[in-house]
Design a binder for this molecule. Sequence first.
Ligand SMILES: Cc1ncc(COP(=O)(O)O)c(C=O)c1O
Length: 389
Amino acid sequence: MHSITGERPPTGYRHTWAEISLEAIASNTRLFKSSLGGHAALMAVVKANGYGHGAAEAARAALNAGADRLGVAILDEAVQLRSASIGHPVLVLGYTPPDSVRAAIDNEADLTVFSDDVLEEIVRQTETLRKRVRIHLKIDTGMNRIGLSDPDAVLALARRAMLARFVELEGVFTHFADADGEDPAYTWRQFRTFQSVIRLLEQNGIQIPLKHCCNSAATMRYPSMHLDMVRVGIALYGLHPSSHTRLPAYPLQQAMQLKSRIADLRRSPEGRPVGYGCTFVPERDSLIAAIPIGYADGLSRQLSNKGVALVQGVRVPFAGRVCMDQTMLDVTIAPYAEVGDEVTLFGTSGNESIAIDEVAALANTINYEVVCAVGSRVPRIYTGETGSM
Ligand SMILES: Cc1ncc(COP(=O)(O)O)c(C=O)c1O
């Protein structure tokens, strides 16, 4: 027999959680809004569960702070936003196959188009349903991923879209491969290619209202490339795409902290190994803490014997391998640590902080991956007031 014994604590039964500051997302959004000065619209990119922060919550925070519309990678994510009663325009930035076009129309998602078969299916479905759909053409100017790179093919697709009664050709866009890299040359080359495609369309009488190419890095570094709209993702969550975007005009606030609590503490004498593979062998009598978070929660196994955490405001090293559900810390330098103490994997504790960038460097990856990896079994706790929608 099961009995209901009470409400699940917001931090989960095991006390491991991600704390998300909606005020940080709102503040970062306002920073971009004011730097755009009303010249370009702001698309908040909330794909991949809002880069791990929660798609609907991040979307509401950004929209309440002035973002104009939303961007996601796949149609499923747009449907999720509609289920959360978010009615703003949502552009699916990736590929939507023909057999998903009907669902896109039903959910009023805007679609990225770069192939005849998808456009033909959009035309067919919109005629049948007598419902309008907005589309954005994707131009590949040098990323070599998705999109059209032949200008004549772009023109042909645009002409076909213009002829369709229920299709609104609202946008045309490209994506930069190296906007966060040191050398601006490749980004300028892509921008010039994009401009030449736009000129070709205009010379043929096709004016498209939303021309856009900037991600976070390009938005911060290249104001002359803003055009009609910018698509900002990582920076809204308070993270810089690279060191090259750390400009005084963009004092971003990191929105996510990752926390847990000590589950067990033990004295481990010199020489007694800790964890799988016996890879950590204390060189002195040590105090070892176990915390209930592991690589299944997105704490990279790359952090084995390399990561750091904060306990009682003190930096302590990971001891041994990160396990699937647990991780051990050498807390010898925090001798008053107790079971139940809060542990910060990234974020702030007392006067100490661990930046997500620092974790990314230790795990040999980028900050994008660190936040996106935080798993679905880690509850998100939201702080900060963002107004109502
Ligand atoms: C097409 C497109 N636009 C915009 C973005 C946002 O990029 P960032 O998170 O670097 O701002 C992405 C993310 O990868 C993207 O794929």
